[in-house]
Design a protein around this ligand. Structure first.
Ligand code: AMP
Length: 208
């Protein structure tokens, strides 16, 4: 599945220095959310790309109720089934993780210095570049990001639930990234099998 991270897409635009990048750089550095119309347009264009035809994972989107509404309309129009994965992590754990997080400026890899790769804390284990601390992983910015999550993103869960998307709460604080990923993959495979069965039944009854 294609991995679509709106944060990564926005950081790429900031690095490229184009008009959109210049418009959002300051907002991102403050930890606030960038305007819905900009992010919605990026996502709308991205999911039309060929690599999304077999499914995609939206990471960091939707983050507001207005984004969720647009996404719901887009998915319905394209008849794309979706599930919501809610990774539950205590705020203190998030703060500690972000404080230890580094990013590769070349390939974008994110590395938790304390957990996943203590032995390569300075260099990217994929491409060897020197790792950096993301501007918005500074503690004062992290607090603003958590505030934005509380105010603007928490209501998204209810909004998506009310549309009828299946919603999975996955405990993300105490287990390894591999264990969490394995749980999510298992849930997605189950969901896909159900969808296939449902389509087969619909075809059979349509053909009868
Ligand atoms: P992330 O990498 O997902 O933590 O996003 C980093 C920053 O990019 C956020 O703090 C926002 O400023 C911006 N951003 C990413 N995704 C969105 C979104 N869906 N809506 C608004 N702003 C976003």
């Amino acid at each position: 599945m294609a991995h679509i991270s709106t944060g990564d897409m926005l950081r790429e635009r900031v690095a490229s220095g184009d008009q959109l990048g210049k418009a959002v750089a300051g907002i991102m550095q403050s930890g606030a959310l960038v305007p819905d119309e900009l992010v919605n347009q990026l996502v709308e264009d991205r999911i039309d790309q060929p690599d999304c035809a077999n499914g995609f994972i939206l990471d960091g989107y939707p983050r507001t109720v207005s984004q969720a509404r647009l996404l719901t309309v887009l998915l319905a129009a394209k008849q794309i089934p979706a599930v919501v994965v809610h990774l539950k992590v205590d705020y203190n754990v998030i703060i500690a993780r972000l404080a230890g997080r580094r990013q590769c400026p070349t390939c974008g890899a994110l590395i938790g210095v304390s957990s996943s790769a203590p032995e390569v804390s300075e260099f990217c284990d994929r491409c060897g570049s020197t790792l950096v601390i993301r501007d918005d992983d500074r503690p004062e910015v992290v607090l603003e990001r958590l505030n934005a999550y509380d105010r603007q993103t928490m209501p998204v869960l209810e909004s998506l639930r009310s549309v009828g998307y299946p919603m999975w709460d996955v405990e993300g604080a105490s287990r390894s990234p591999q264990a969490i990923a394995a749980d999510i993959v298992e849930l997605i495979e189950k969901f896909r099998a159900e969808q296939t069965n449902r389509n087969d039944r619909a075809q059979e009854s349509g053909g009868a």
